[in-house]
Write a protein that binds this ligand. Structure first.
Ligand SMILES: Cc1cc2nc3c(=O)[nH]c(=O)nc-3n(C[C@H](O)[C@H](O)[C@H](O)COP(=O)(O)OP(=O)(O)OC[C@H]3O[C@@H](n4cnc5c(N)ncnc54)[C@H](O)[C@@H]3O)c2cc1C
Length: 335
């Protein structure tokens, strides 16, 4: 049986819009499809999204399978699994990708098990060659493993949404050919029902999963000062992590230590308070996107690799920021 070298991407929507991670996934899919010499197809299960055919086509997918039914408006694991498996069994693409979101991370293993296809989760890079190579972080992000997929047939991958970026080049407007499917779901007896999503609690979330981190170092000084930092973190929904001295001083538990002997973190924003930027610490923040440091020593090494540096006493700066946030919140309430 011949295997098409086609790439498929699974799209997701939020607030009636295709998620930006899905748009970036189409761009990544196009890059891989070109290298594989195949076509690119997108698949979406859910509620109608206006202009989806245009968006998908412009980003490089020539086909869009749109599976819709009222029961699909909310993620239904068994139903999504059945419908996607049926479609993929018929079409036999070479590679199927989804973003490693909560939906992608739940659905793809289910489908892979049904298809008996290899799945590599949370990839940060996919390389086309004689065999497909999937690069993914292991050991809490300290190492990268290369998984070589030699198996014939469909290969599946979820991709870390944080590494997906929307291509900068201007694409020519195009419209994808849409195949609408209205499945018969009446006979489906569902044992799992997703009733909603709870926002992670920033105080208890694992720091390696946190999007915003306030990191504290020896410069915080005392548990008393730490209370102000906690107030600040609560205001901005940040998890608290820190350096080894903060852990050794008993201010933070070991699971909140960042660095060589702690955890590697990859937040969108990290605010470092009273941290000198020792190599053993900065190893753990290499994948943080925006780095801010507050340190009263202008010469501190921490300022060498930050996006914003504030040279001041954190016990002066943090209360001022809290005041500012509260004033803004009051203003908003008053409007
Ligand atoms: C084998 C090994 C493994 C290690 N693993 C880790 C690890 O995983 N993680 C880790 O963090 N460390 C680790 N370390 C320790 C590391 O080498 C550093 O000692 C540590 O990171 C320094 O922590 P710090 O920045 O909090 O403290 P310091 O280096 O003492 O820095 C404190 C900073 O706070 C500033 N400051 C003081 N008061 C204020 C104030 N009021 N306002 C603003 N700024 C202020 C100072 O100017 C200073 O720059 C390891 C060391 C070894 C040898």
């Amino acid at each position: 049986m011949t295997m098409h070298r086609d790439v498929w991407v699974l799209l997701e929507a939020e607030d009636k819009k295709i998620k930006s991670s899905s748009v970036a996934l189409i761009d990544e899919g196009r890059r891989l499809a070109v290298q594989l010499g195949g076509g690119l197809t997108a698949v979406f299960l859910g509620q109608t999204v206006e202009g989806m055919d245009h968006l998908v086509g412009t980003h490089g997918a020539s086909n869009l399978y749109f599976i819709h039914d009222e029961t699909l408006h909310q993620y239904a694991p068994e139903l999504y699994e059945r419908l996607l498996t049926q479609l993929l069994l018929g079409k036999k693409p070479y590679l199927v990708m989804a973003a490693a979101t909560s939906l992608g991370s739940d659905l793809m293993p289910r489908v892979a098990a049904k298809l008996k296809a290899p799945l590599v989760s949370n990839c940060v890079e996919i390389r086309v060659g004689e065999d497909m190579k999937f690069i993914k972080p292991v050991q809490n992000g300290r190492l990268h493993a290369t998984v070589v997929c030699k198996a014939p047939g469909t290969k599946m991958a979820t991709v870390d949404p944080d590494v997906l970026t929307i291509a900068k080049e201007e694409n020519q407007p195009k419209i994808a050919e849409v195949t609408e499917m209205r499945p018969d779901t009446e006979g489906d007896r569902l044992s799992i029902r997703v009733t909603g999503f709870l926002k992670a609690d920033h105080r208890t979330i694992d720091i390696s999963e946190a999007e915003i981190i306030v990191a504290i170092g020896r410069g915080v000084g005392s548990e008393e000062n730490f209370k102000i930092i906690q107030e600040f973190a609560d205001r901005i929904g940040a998890a608290i992590g820190g350096t080894r001295p903060a852990v050794d001083a008993g201010i933070l538990p070991f699971e909140r230590q960042i660095g060589q002997t702690g955890k590697a973190v990859s937040p969108k924003l990290i605010i470092m308070c009273g941290i000198s930027g020792a190599m053993e610490f900065t190893k753990g923040i290499e994948n943080a996107r925006t780095k801010v440091a507050i340190n009263m020593d202008r010469q501190s090494r921490v300022f060498k690799s930050v996006d914003l540096g504030i040279v001041d006493d954190l016990n002066r700066v943090i209360p001022q920021i809290i005041e500012h946030i509260d004033a803004m919140a009051d203003e908003e309430k008053g409007q």
